[in-house]
Design a protein around this ligand. Sequence first.
Ligand code: 2F8
Ligand code: CA
Length: 130
Amino acid sequence: QICPQGWVDFSSRCYYISCQQKNWFESQQDCKQRGADLAIINSGEEQEFINNLNKRIWIGLTDTDKEGSWNWVDGTNLTIRFWKQNEPNDAGGKEDCAESAVEFNPQMIWNDIPCELQRYWVCERGPELN
Ligand code: 2F8
Ligand code: CA
């Protein structure tokens, strides 16, 4: 079980860390083209790994379908949550995509922001099975 070249292995998952910034939709599209989705965060350890990248990045979390109903792009249930205090707040009525910022406390790090903003992004996929 190995990650494709240029991907980082963490806890039996593979992560692609972008060097450019794109809006949320283009970022998810880029991940799809790489056989992945934007990062889906399922544990404190995974959130800490993302935090340690030291970049503000898009994660695979959006409420574009229904305001206030946050969904992971891969369809899995939103169980563990790492929203900052008082987030998500849909500021200005136009914040439908989630970013993970860089904080001392990685347990409170997500914020909803407008999807058209430019951010780095992280794709996540399983390893290649040989
Ligand atoms: O105070 C929280 C608030 O801060 C900013 O808006 C002023 C954030 N906007 C961006 O980062 C674009 C809001 O999302 C955030 O809720
Ligand atoms: Ca917000």
